[in-house]
Design a protein around this ligand. Structure first.
Ligand code: FES
Length: 91
């Protein structure tokens, strides 16, 4: 099965907000939730919502307002359900 891309904005605004602290945390979260075989974490260019905190994108959904402090919660509460729903086998 092809992996689905999970994008993390690496643009300069997101960089300043701490994307390099968020990245290792995301790698751990992906591992902890057994998503390594299904999700590919990728850096992306500016996703154009720079003023709203660090941004991630999965398929057509964006997740804004991410910071090194809240990435854990945002991932578990917002991103994970979307990823899992998208990856679930069709009924
Ligand atoms: S730099 Fe991340 S949205 Fe623009």
């Amino acid at each position: 099965m092809a992996k689905e891309n999970l994008f993390l904005c690496m643009g300069s605004a997101c960089h300043q907000m701490g994307v390099y602290d968020v990245l290792p945390q995301l790698q751990t979260l992906i591992k902890d939730h057994d998503l390594e075989d299904t999700v590919e974490l990728k850096g992306s260019f500016c996703l154009e919502t720079c003023s709203q905190g660090i941004v991630m994108k999965f398929q057509d959904k964006r997740f804004c307002g991410i910071s090194p402090q809240n990435v854990d919660t945002v991932f578990t509460e917002k991103i994970l359900p979307v990823v899992q729903a998208a990856l679930a086998p069709a009924p």
